[in-house]
Design a protein around this ligand. Structure first.
Ligand SMILES: [Zn+2]
Length: 439
């Protein structure tokens, strides 16, 4: 068994569930157990480590000078989750560092491996708490969030030895120059394409809409079909049209995941139907235009069905394009390791979404068997894990052997952009081209 495969099996014993899954909540014993195990493993390889005020575990390769190259992911899980989500990114990071060190490689800049606390937010609905503290977000409002047992976040942190008030001390983003994260895809694209490594172009933004059709409740036995104002029939048409419109566009996903009809009786024509529409894309322009099209579509169906319609935006998050120079570095690393690769967007959120709003960031995806994740059967083959670790090591080697922002190879588009040129566009507003791989 390779070192990475063995590490994944060992880590999965912390918080193991009876059906082969893993439950490691934030601030829990199993999480600190796997931390202790990882710190020992890192120490054996000659790396120091520390815990910051937000419970982020940082393994340090103290070398050279300048901005830190950070590799990160998370070790917490959803309830009865899989053994690869998050853990693979952290474990492959350590294996990559060990591999480079064994070969006698010496970075020109410090390299940090960070296991961020509470990425999943499964216990307190405090998603990405660790990375948000790391970049200095104000998290004071979260202290009284309660878990299922009524324990507050502040209490859980105190019991684990982390005073909530000291959370701001975790801010260390100023030390970091670049960020890399390896993660399982959690979707079926790479496996179906038979591709070894995904190079993530950006992390999707989202728009959430709550829509409501109103008609007239009527007797199902006495109201002729052509005289009905059936709100649910209108909503059903909307669901199908939303699906078809999204399917006709590259890189846009739209989902109706909830629906409520009133009054909800088998013999009454529904007078109201309320549903949520979730739209995702890595292209800010596509999000805008899809939302406008949604409003037009809802109004047209309402008119045709003689209904009234209303809608509200209930959530929004801007997409995050990842850094083109780091993306190109990852592609080069994959090529050098003989791994087939393609670009693709990430539909799920990751710590890179937080860190990448402050410093250039890139992500590598590895294939998920059948696209399944957040499930005990979540699986990525040993071979894929080993290959991905080698690609990560190669990218770390390339980036940390040079000062920040150096062109990797002259004349290749995207390689020469510096942090200065990036500053003109806030990262999440920068226009992006849809990746060919997403088509
Ligand atoms: Zn994850």
């Amino acid at each position: 068994m390779t070192a990475i495969a063995e590490a994944i099996r060992a880590a999965a014993t912390f918080g193991a569930t009876s059906n082969g899954g893993v439950t490691r909540f934030a601030w829990s014993e199993p999480l600190f157990g796997v931390y202790a195990w990882l710190r020992e493993r890192a120490a054996e390889a000659g790396f120091e480590s520390r815990l910051d005020a937000a419970g982020n575990l940082i393994v340090i390769w103290d070398a050279g000078q300048g901005p830190v190259l950070a590799i990160g992911s998370h070790l917490d899980t959803v309830p009865n989750g899989g053994r690869y989500d998050g853990a693979l990114g952290v474990l492959s990071g350590l294996e990559a560092m060990k591999h480079l060190k064994r070969r006698g490689f010496q970075p020109n800049r410090p390299v940090w491996l960070i296991a961020f606390m509470d990425e999943e937010g499964a216990r307190f609905k405090t998603t990405m708490l660790g990375s948000r503290a790391f970049v200095g977000e104000d998290l004071q409002g979260l202290s009284s969030r309660r878990d299922g047992d009524g324990v507050t976040l502040a209490e859980a942190m105190r019991d684990a030895g982390f005073p909530f008030d000291r959370l701001p001390e975790a801010r260390a983003i100023e030390r970091v120059g670049e960020y890399l994260e390896l993660h399982i895809e959690q979707g079926p694209v790479l496996e179906q394409a038979g591709v070894d490594v995904g190079i993530v172009t950006g992390i999707s933004g989202l728009r959430g809409t709550r829509a409501s059709f109103k008609g007239i409740a009527a007797h199902s036995g006495t109201t002729p079909m052509h005289m009905r104002r059936d709100a649910l029939a209108g909503a059903a048409r909307a669901v199908l049209e939303i699906r078809d419109v999204a399917a006709s566009r590259d890189g846009t996903l739209a989902t109706v995941g909830t629906m409520n009809a009133s009054p909800g009786a088998f013999n009454v024509v529904p007078c109201a139907a309320e549903f949520n529409v979730d739209i995702r894309s890595i292209d800010p322009g596509a999000l805008e235009s899809s939302e406008a099209d949604l409003h037009r579509l809802l109004q047209r169906i309402a008119d045709e069905e003689q209904l009234t319609v209303s809608w509200d935006r209930i959530y929004e998050l801007e997409p995050l394009p990842l850094d083109e120079r780091l993306i190109a570095t990852c592609e080069l690393a994959a090529t050098e390791e003989g791994a087939s690769h393609q670009r693709l967007p990430s539909g799920a959120g990751h710590d890179a979404m937080i860190i990448g709003r402050h410093v250039p960031a890139a992500m590598l995806f590895l294939p998920s068997q059948a696209g399944i994740s957040h499930n005990p059967v979540e699986h990525t083959s040993d071979e894929d894990c080993e290959r991905g670790t080698r690609v990560l090591a190669r990218a770390v080697e390339r980036l940390s052997s040079q000062p920040m922002g150096w062109p990797l190879r002259a004349g290749v588009a995207g390689f020469t952009r510096t942090r200065r040129s990036r500053a003109r566009w806030p990262g999440w507003l920068r226009p992006v081209r849809a990746a060919p791989a997403a088509r």
